[in-house]
Design a protein around this ligand. Structure first.
Ligand code: HXC
Length: 258
């Protein structure tokens, strides 16, 4: 991998987009490497939480690579959009919980990667935007879909129609950032949150992730049916037995991940 660094820390995987001279701009190769890395990590049993971040102090990722896109026609643009979607869909649906550690600019395709993560923790200097209309295009990595689902249609329209950047506090106020922390505490905050989630019954966390994701795709009646099915599955696990027996015995649970 040229542009992605993977560091394994017991139950955590830290995936770093590493192209700081271009503010971690996402060209096709970077997207392909993100996709390959996430697939690799998804197959690692010991990893429960993935933290995605950007190298350097300045940016998470300043968007898709404009120096690449300027030469591209409609077919190539659509192909690039396919890669953006593939990376985003993986972050959203993979077995592990995904946390975006937003260490600066998260613009365009960079912002879209954060939107696909389960949780977003922002450093206090982070800035979010979908500035595509300032370049004559529209978001192409799920931004028009996920931003509206996270912060509401009206606010998403204003951000996408203006292309304006918002700071970390505004992102928190809108419900886009789960927490805002001083920049030198960002990774430790993400690691602590990741470890807490990793200490829970991880298959149950995955079932909950799947059920919550369903709420964004199907109506309430069918979503409730899906929740019942997934809860039934949870009742079939050893972790359910262990969690409940441990509670009743007043001891900590020892989960086995199923
Ligand atoms: C390519 C980029 C880049 C990008 C920054 N760089 N963003 N290169 N693609 N998206 C490069 C710059 O060209 C420059 O390279 C270096 O990174 C540092 O950037 P500066 O602009 O000099 O830094 P600064 O003045 O601090 O401004 C930071 C910034 C600005 C506000 C983040 O770089 C910026 O506005 N970038 C573009 C943001 C954007 O529009 N993103 C959306 C892209 S569209 P050199 O070699 O000169 O040092 C998109 C669509 C997704 O993401 C869907 C597609 C299918």
């Amino acid at each position: 991998m040229e542009f992605i660094k993977l560091s394994l820390e017991e139950e955590l995987a830290v995936v770093t987009i590493d192209r700081p001279k271009s503010l971690n701009a996402l060209n096709s190769q970077v997207y392909r490497e993100i996709i390959a890395t996430l697939r690799q990590v998804e197959a690692m049993d010991q990893v429960k939480v993935v933290i995605l971040t950007g190298a350097g102090e300045k940016a998470f990722a300043a968007g898709a690579d404009i120096a690449q896109m300027v030469h591209e026609d409609a077919v190539a643009g659509r192909r690039l959009s396919g890669l953006c979607h593939e990376a985003a869909n993986l972050l959203e649906s993979m077995r592990q919980v995904t946390i975006a550690a937003v260490n600066g600019f998260a613009l365009g395709g960079g912002c879209e990667l954060t939107l696909a993560c389960d949780l977003r923790i922002a450093a206090d200097h982070a800035r979010f935007a979908l500035p595509e209309v300032t370049l004559g295009i529209i978001p192409g990595g799920g931004g028009t879909q996920r931003l509206a689902r996270i912060i509401g249609v009206g606010r998403a329209k204003e951000l996408i129609f203006t292309g304006d950047q918002i700071d970390a506090q505004e992102a928190y106020r809108l419900g886009l950032a789960n927490h805002v922390v001083p920049r030198d505490e960002l990774m430790e905050t993400c690691r602590a949150l990741g470890k807490k989630i990793a200490s829970r019954a991880s298959y149950a966390v995955f079932l909950a992730k799947t059920a919550i994701n369903s709420s964004q795709e199907i109506d309430l009646k069918n979503g409730a049916e899906r929740e019942k099915d997934l809860l039934g599955l949870a009742f079939a696990t050893r972790d359910k037995q262990e969690g409940m027996e441990a509670f009743l015995a007043r001891r900590p649970p020892r989960f086995q991940d199923f």
